[in-house]
Design a protein around this ligand. Structure first.
Ligand code: ATP
Ligand code: MG
Length: 253
């Protein structure tokens, strides 16, 4: 059965999508059959693995609306073991359309139940909010991976994220674990980055990965080529960091 990990932080631009795309592709590269579920209307993970988000119908929107099943929406990628359930702007409408629907937070969970046995890992890329879509991801997941950018204000919002995780545990998903917190876009030359890392380690304790993702220009370039970093520049520091993270996660499961 797949381990389902959602990548969440309601703060925008902290490296959720970069982490989802690259962790998913590294897992696929070490022969773990992996499904990347893009749950963000921005569709950045979808384009990050080389799919055209405007030509992906049906997609996660139809899944959430119960108009399609996961297998119908799943696309192959350049990596043999990596598949993607794409997203695009249509997903924005789902929250409003389901406002009075019963069990609306369980839509993704019940859809994934049909394919859980077919994969080793399912990774869910969340939008930068704690709304309906993120609640669906937290309800469906076994664990949550939290990217934290080592920048000023990095800790802002982590308390409300943890409160949300606690609330989800109380009602929607009692088994939800913290997979880990990941320091991203780290610039080892600055004192600020070192201070922020220290604070994040105080906040999450042992749950912070040893692997730190450096600020790396190849990581920011690869999405415009629709390629995960291991297919764009395997020798880059970004690729090496995501390979190390992958080893940590696999060892821990
Ligand atoms: N380690 C890194 N080094 C350099 N650039 C990075 C790194 N990680 C992410 N980026 C760049 O920073 C920007 C934000 O990253 P990303 O899209 O992964 O964040 P996000 O949390 O998914 O954003 P959003 O909240 O909008 O979904 C992107 O342009 C990405 O290419
Ligand atoms: Mg994103």
């Amino acid at each position: 059965m797949a381990r389902i990990i959602c990548i969440t932080n309601q703060k925008g631009g902290v490296g959720k999508t970069t982490t989802t795309v690259n962790l998913a592709s590294c897992l696929a590269a070490i022969e773990k059959k992996t499904l990347l579920v893009d749950l963000d209307p921005q569709g950045n993970s979808t384009s990050g693995v080389g799919l055209n988000k405007h030509e992906c119908e049906p997609n996660i929107y139809q899944v959430i609306m119960r108009e399609a099943d996961i297998p119908e929406t799943m696309r192959p990628t350049e990596l043999k073991k990596l598949f993607c359930v794409p997203s695009n702007g249509h997903l924005t409408g789902a929250e409003v359309e389901l406002v009075n629907a019963e069990e609306r937070e369980f839509r993704l969970k019940s859809a994934l139940a049909t394919v859980e046995d077919d994969f080793d890992y399912i990774l869910i890329d969340c939008p930068p909010s704690l709304g309906f879509l993120t609640l669906n991801a937290l309800t469906a997941a076994h664990s949550v991976l939290i990217p934290v950018q080592t920048e000023y204000f990095a800790l802002e919002g982590l308390s409300s994220l943890m409160e949300t995780v606690d609330r989800v545990r109380e009602s929607l998903n009692p088994g939800l674990e913290i997979e880990g917190a990941l320091l991203t876009m780290h610039d080892s030359r600055t004192r600020l980055a070192a201070q922020v890392s220290e604070e994040v380690r105080k906040f999450f304790g042992e749950k912070v990965y040893n692997t730190v993702i450096p600020r790396n220009v190849q990581l920011s370039e690869s999405p415009s080529f629709g390629k995960p970093i291991i297919l764009y520049d395997i020798r880059s520091s970004g690729a090496q960091a995501y390979l190390n993270l992958t080893k940590e996660i696999v060892a821990h499961d």
